[in-house]
Design a protein around this ligand. Structure first.
Ligand code: SF4
Ligand code: SF4
Length: 448
């Protein structure tokens, strides 16, 4: 039961075993969730250790005395073979002046330190720019993870994944993905004319045909493919909704859960999609997702599934954003960040696994320590379980988002408020959660 002022929504009676929940269980059975909460608060702290082993502050215990990590991202390439118009990463370069590939040495140090810092790493994610431009280092990293596991330095063998633009997947890359059973997040923005308007080669050519062909290849290989679709002003201009995109990906690629996010762009950017429009489109997609599940069709968006899992399990969504709480990124140059979305400037660096004074010999570096502490403070301030405003907000159990996207959208200044009218971001988040709860009620009626 959720209480919101005078509005009371009675949902999910414990005896309820309608078709909606059967559909959900089947869905859940087909796609394992790796939600771990143990030791989450220690992750950012351990990042300090990852860079210098200096023990900046005490950690929360994981399986042994160390915290656990849901996802270690290695940004193995600060270079990209595409020039997407809305790229948040300066065409994959981030803060580096020219494209940089992670060296084997940096990769080794990053993995060795991560293995020392965390009792368990669930997943190693290879990211870019375009990560497949550095396939040799990805291959070596998979082998090194295997060695660490065999030697007992990793107590658990992590799964592997990558986020790729899918444009140029050579036989070598495909073989590697299959050999190590990668999960693949593939960026595709929908039908050809929309995708090609935004996601082009340096020569300005569209990429849809190559990416779609590679998507089919990956699916035929039996790999887990998640489609990541960025909703842009091109969709808006052509009147294509997120529900339409769910239909498109379902019919073209058999996609059951589409990861669709509104483009990360500031209001001053030509790429900006007005917030109310984005929230309305997401709300419609949530509604359609739940109606689909209620009638036995697995055609959903990940936002709806995430909230539904939380609601049906009775476990609130743990953090507003996993950055620095459950996830850490090491950039190609060895810089350690709470998340690749916070890698726009070196200011957000927690330090470095190499190069920085004290980085290799394990001594405390005060500058790194101070910077890391500021980033920790920012993460704590913005997280819903540590921000006092969130404590008074009825939407807290189901509210979540992306800190990096929020910073971009709010041009660096995020306001959280449990009181309506004080923060446009929070008002819209609450609209989404309220819409979700209404959709659950509707879906329950449909399933009855
Ligand atoms: S593929 Fe990704 S990193 Fe490359 S330009 Fe496009 S959005 Fe940027
Ligand atoms: S809507 Fe805003 S105040 Fe409420 S939980 Fe979410 S971030 Fe916190």
């Amino acid at each position: 039961m959720f209480l919101r002022d005078r509005l009371e929504l009675r949902i999910l009676p414990s005896q309820s075993r309608g078709r909606l929940w059967l559909a959900l269980s089947e869905f859940a059975a087909g796609r394992a969730e790796t939600a771990r909460v143990g030791g989450a608060e220690g992750v950012a702290v351990a990042a300090g250790e990852l860079m210098s082993n200096d023990g900046l502050t005490s950690t929360q215990a994981g399986a042994d005395d160390r915290p656990t990590l849901d996802r270690l991202t290695l940004a193995v390439s600060n270079s990209c073979n595409l020039r997407c118009s809305y790229c948040y990463a300066q065409t994959g370069r981030y803060y580096s002046k020219k494209g940089l590939l992670m060296s084997r040495d940096v990769m080794h140090v990053a993995l060795d330190r991560a293995a020392r810092s965390y009792s368990r790493i669930e997943h190693v994610n290879f990211f870019g720019g375009e990560p497949t431009l550095n396939v040799e280092v990805i291959d070596s990293a998979c082998a090194h993870v295997g060695d660490l596991y065999e030697r007992g330095e990793l107590l658990y063998r992590p799964s592997f994944g990558t986020a790729t633009n899918g444009y140029a997947l050579s036989p070598t890359v495909l073989g590697l993905l299959q050999r190590h059973n990668f999960s693949v997040t593939l960026s595709l923005d929908g039908p050809r004319e929309i995708h090609d308007a935004k996601r082009r080669t340096p020569a300005g050519r569209g990429t849809y045909d190559a990416v779609a062909a590679n998507a089919h290849r990956l699916l035929r290989m039996g790999l887990a493919v998640e489609f990541e679709c960025t909703y842009t002003n091109e969709h808006l201009r052509r009147g294509m909704s997120i529900v339409d995109l769910m239909d498109f990906f379902h019919s073209e690629f058999g996609c059951g859960t589409l990861h669709c996010q509104i483009v990360s762009a500031a209001p001053s950017s030509s790429e900006f999609v007005p917030l109310p429009a984005g929230v309305r489109l997401l709300g419609d997609a949530i509604d359609a997702s739940l109606a689909n599940l209620a009638t036995g069709t697995r055609k959903t968006i990940s936002l709806a599934v995430r909230m539904l899992r939380s609601l049906s399990s009775g476990v609130p969504i743990r953090n507003y954003c996993p950055a620095g709480r459950r996830e850490i990124t090491v950039n190609a140059d060895g810089g350690v960040y709470a998340c690749f979305m916070l890698m726009q400037t070196r200011e957000h660096s927690l330090g470095s696994v190499v190069n920085a004074p004290g980085g290799q010999d394990g001594k405390v570096n005060r500058t790194q320590g101070a910077a890391a502490s500021l980033v920790h403070q920012e993460i704590l301030l913005q997280d819903k379980y540590t921000n006092p405003a969130c404590q008074r907000c009825w939407a807290q159990p189901l509210c979540y988002g992306c800190l990096g996207a929020d910073l971009e959208l709010m041009e660096g200044r995020i306001v959280r408020s449990g009181t309506p009218g004080q923060s446009i971001l929070c008002d819209l988040k609450r609209d989404l959660v309220e819409g979700f709860l209404r959709s659950v009620e509707k879906a329950e009626r449909l399933a009855a």
